[in-house]
Design a binder for this molecule. Structure first.
Ligand code: BTN
Length: 252
């Protein structure tokens, strides 16, 4: 399918749309390493054969049913140490789009999984190419389950838009909306309005301020998510002490 994005200023104005690909993130990463790429370029495929997830995981997506794409941004205004701001902005943008489509409530499971109730509908893999202390290229890989209804039994808890809403969606329409929302959030970030991004991230954070059970170092404990640190660590109150967790240090 030939994808196109029409309602944005720069995101998705150029699109490389390929029927099959191993991984849109790998393709984008090679492209950025080998040439100067215009900000806003999107690589999208109908059939991603070897999708990559967070380190150590893969992203499975049935051909022609879902959105799997990578967007290249050049947030030169962001210090490398603040790169988690981009994860926040992108996560919120996906929530914005899903809320608009469904009028339901989606949540961000820290750091940037997108959940509906206790099931995962979308995953984000951001790979930054750094230069000195700035981000030269940020490769933002997004996989969203749209029309798939059969999932591999081994996947923990997948869900799709079709399963939630009982109807099928036009993939390009959803892509267009997501790009619009990403652009809006990116412009907020670019104008340094971090308080808006931080506030909306917490408002949409899964299990924020709820007492829930977690585990770390093989031990189970009750904790309350209080927020995220400046650089993106999860802050959890455990027995009235705030503990900081890195990705993979805590299990939900
Ligand atoms: C995760 O939840 O672990 C992140 C999943 C990210 C999947 C997307 S699909 C498009 C892009 N290309 C990839 O190989 N991965 C990302």
């Amino acid at each position: 399918m030939k994808h196109s994005v029409s309602s944005t200023l720069f995101i998705g104005k150029s699109i490389i749309s390929l029927e099959q690909l191993d991984s849109t993130n790998s393709f984008a990463s090679n492209l950025c390493t080998n040439e100067d790429v215009m900000e806003g370029l999107i690589i999208v495929t109908d059939w991603q054969k070897n999708g990559r997830g967070q380190p150590g995981t893969s992203w499975q997506s049935e051909a022609y049913k879902n959105l799997t794409f990578s967007l290249i941004l050049q947030p030169k205004f962001l210090d490398a140490k603040n790169q988690f701001q981009l994860n926040k902005a992108i996560s919120i943008a996906i929530i914005d789009a899903l809320n608009e489509i469904t009028h339901l409530s989606f949540k961000i499971k820290w750091p940037n999984d997108i959940y509906y109730n206790h099931k995962k509908i979308a995953g984000i893999l951001i790979e930054n190419q750094l230069q000195n202390n700035t981000i030269k290229n940020s490769i933002i890989g997004i996989g969203i389950n749209i029309n798939q209804v059969d999932f591999d039994q081994n996947l923990p808890n997948p869900i799709s838009l079709q399963q939630i809403m009982n109807k099928t969606y036009n993939l390009n329409t959803v892509l267009d909306l997501i790009c619009t929302k990403i652009e809006q959030r990116y412009l907020i970030l670019r104008s340094q309005q971090y308080d808006i991004i931080n506030y909306d991230y917490l408002q949409n954070l899964y299990q924020f301020q709820e007492k829930c059970s977690y585990s770390a170092d093989g031990k189970k404990f009750d904790g309350i998510i209080m927020g995220v640190s400046e650089y993106g660590k999860l802050l959890v109150s455990v027995n009235n002490t705030i503990k900081e967790f890195n990705f993979k240090e805590i299990e939900f």
